[in-house]
Design a protein around this ligand. Sequence first.
Ligand SMILES: NC(=O)c1ccc[n+]([C@@H]2O[C@H](COP(=O)([O-])OP(=O)(O)OC[C@H]3O[C@@H](n4cnc5c(N)ncnc54)[C@H](O)[C@@H]3O)[C@@H](O)[C@H]2O)c1
Length: 353
Amino acid sequence: MPASPIRVGIVGLGRSGHDIHLRNLKHLPDDYRVIAATDPDAGRLAAAAAEHGLRAHRDLAGLLGDPEVELVVVASPNGFHAFQAERALEAGKHVLCEKPFGLGVADVDRMIAAAERNRRILQPFQQRRYEPDFRKVQEVCASGILGRIEFVRICWHGFKRRWDWQTLTAVHGGELNNNGPHPLDHALELYGEGEPEVWCDTRRCLTLGDAEDHVKIVLRGPSRPTIEVELSSTIAYGQDRWLVCGNAGGLRGDADRLEWKWVDWSAMPARLADPASTPDRSYNNEKLTWQQGSWKPEQATDGGGGGQPAAQPVLDLYRGLHRAIRQGAAQEITPAQARRRIAIIERCRNSRR
Ligand SMILES: NC(=O)c1ccc[n+]([C@@H]2O[C@H](COP(=O)([O-])OP(=O)(O)OC[C@H]3O[C@@H](n4cnc5c(N)ncnc54)[C@H](O)[C@@H]3O)[C@@H](O)[C@H]2O)c1
């Protein structure tokens, strides 16, 4: 007999709580049922409660006191995440927490301790891990056809102004907290084990707030690819989202198409470095035989950095969370992974100019 749907309470009914979580969970009626919400905006709360048949709680305490709520989705503004997640865990609820997963590692450590103490699942909402283009990039790199991966460039480029709270440092806005966790998660998955050295440059270019809207992060370490993340709203000529450089080939492309090509060095003549001047004054030219591959997603997803996030990665994350809560499956994205990303964001924030 199928288990009953997980009963959900949502904290914050904005772009995330309403448009991402409430809307998408309707596509998983066997797994989830949103039954309650809270938001300090009374009009927004009442409208959503009426439209979706939710219990409207005046505040977080009310929602946490609702015995039917099993899973609390924390989708409030950035500065509230850790405190609200911790309180929900202490109230015996499972928690899914939007990014950023706390403002620093101290926040993450308190959340993890609360989850362990109360034996509840604490799920970072890192839905872009399930994006098909990222999965394909991972697959091509892991296949070995590109050789040893030396360098990766991840670009989230755009050219636009913003003036909402996500542009204000007083409420923990800025691209490091806002879009930063997404490409950084991709970068660290491609980087692999170990703690990279981090170099970061942040600027405020076009935003009307005082927080950064241009971020460049470089990760490097021994026997690892150097990975560059460029996240900016000040790039009029945007470049591909993906550039992967291996010693046998490369990959490039966006969320809606990828292509890659590689050389089979074993089929090429063996060569040795030669200190002598080349007899014909040539520059070591040789004809390369490229092999090629390409990919398009079955369904187009958004390229990140604005607009409505795509549904499929959200649903995949929620399916995994359902398995973790109902069947005791291992979490696919863990709080420890999110802690590693937050540690880098914290270091970058401390180097803000
Ligand atoms: N994963 C993603 O792709 C994604 C996309 C958008 C937003 N987010 C995250 O979701 C969070 C919310 O962002 P948003 O874009 O929905 O903002 P928003 O301004 O659209 O909505 C925030 C909502 O929270 C309410 N709120 C304010 N203070 C609150 C509190 N103390 N407790 C409960 N609710 C409160 C507001 O009234 C508003 O309805 C942010 O942390 C953001 O980083 C994630």
